[in-house]
Write a protein that binds this ligand. Structure first.
Ligand code: ASP
Length: 315
């Protein structure tokens, strides 16, 4: 992904987390599995963009597909809290209207991003959490999921080792481990949208909320500036209002999209955080920026094949 083009047509970019994604150190067939899933999701997104589907719907569908795949730390396969439960955060934002929906600390929902979309469409509120969000999910008829669906053996093993080591860990502290997901899109009419979904951090306290569900931290879209989906140490991204910092650097500082993302990431690093983002501007091709060893990422346009990358040395 590069920021120096001036392509202003429809585009979708997705990510599956940034972290210790190191060539030759991925377990088993994970490298190939990740590339295959990203290519499939991008292919489906391209078909939607070609059909004229609006950016908000395109990012929602992409994130739902990634939530359903246990390879990622969102929906099925979410990281586990210190009490062994699943608490998921998700948000999406429509850059045209500035409308947004978010949910945090939700259990027993198959696709938290679909619930966030219901919050956006309902329009009364922007962020619902915990039991209230779950009640709203039931009222809306959003598909539920039990722990047998959401919790995987790999996540149980990660919680056991995090407990034994007495640490709260990012999903990607181990080489090749599984990441938070996100998507940014621009549709044929130039509308931008962003969506992010996560299970948070392994062994996090129940009730902890990271940056993903917080607008202006992990998720942001404004047609005039950019669409952003971030991933990494949520506390650091929250403390620098990461996504809004990118927006402000574009809007007020006149930086390029890449310079704006790198500026905001430097602030994350100064707070001791690691991670990255995918970003898309009102014009130009999408980009990924990260201060980790790798980031699971890909992008597509109606006229290009899906491009997928995992390591820092890939374009
Ligand atoms: N940012 C997410 C959080 O802090 C975690 C991640 O991106 O992996 O909840």
């Amino acid at each position: 992904m590069e920021a120096n083009g001036f392509y202003s047509g429809a585009t979708l970019a997705i990510h599956g987390g940034a972290g210790r994604i190191v060539r030759g150190r991925m377990p088993g067939a994970r490298d190939a599995e990740l590339r295959a899933v990203l290519a499939r999701v991008l292919g489906e997104g391209r078909a939607r963009l070609e059909a004229g589907v609006r950016a908000l719907d395109v990012v929602q569908h992409a994130v739902e597909a990634l939530e359903d795949d246990p390879l990622f730390n969102a929906g099925r396969g979410s990281a586990l809290t210190s009490d062994g439960g699943v608490e998921m955060d998700a948000a999406l934002m429509d850059g045209e209207a500035g409308a947004a929906g978010a949910v945090a600390c939700v259990r027993a929902v198959r696709n938290p991003i679909a619930l966030a979309r219901r919050v956006l469409d309902d329009g009364r509120h922007v962020l619902l959490v915990g039991e209230g969000a779950q009640r709203f999910a039931r009222e809306c008829g959003v598909t539920g999921a039990d722990d047998a669906w959401l919790i995987t053996d790999e996540r149980r093993a990660e919680l056991a080792s995090a407990r034994a080591a007495g640490r709260v860990s990012l999903d990607r502290d181990e080489p090749g481990a599984l990441g938070t997901v996100g998507a940014v899109a621009r549709d044929a009419r130039g509308r931008l949208a962003a969506a992010t979904s996560t299970g948070g951090m392994t062994n996090q306290l129940p009730g902890r909320v990271g940056d993903s569900a917080i607008l202006g931290a992990g998720t942001w879209a404004d047609d005039a500036t950019c669409a952003i989906s971030a991933t990494g140490h949520g506390e650091a991204f929250l403390r620098v209002a990461f996504a809004h910092e990118v927006d402000a650097a574009l809007r007020l500082g006149g930086l390029t999209l890449r310079a704006a993302c790198e500026h905001a990431l430097a602030r994350v690093a100064a707070r001791g955080g690691e991670g990255g983002c995918i970003a898309l501007g009102a014009r130009g091709t999408p980009l990924a920026a990260f201060n980790t060893q790798g980031m699971v990422r890909g992008w597509v346009t109606p006229s290009s094949s899906p491009a997928v990358a995992l390591y820092a040395d890939e374009p």
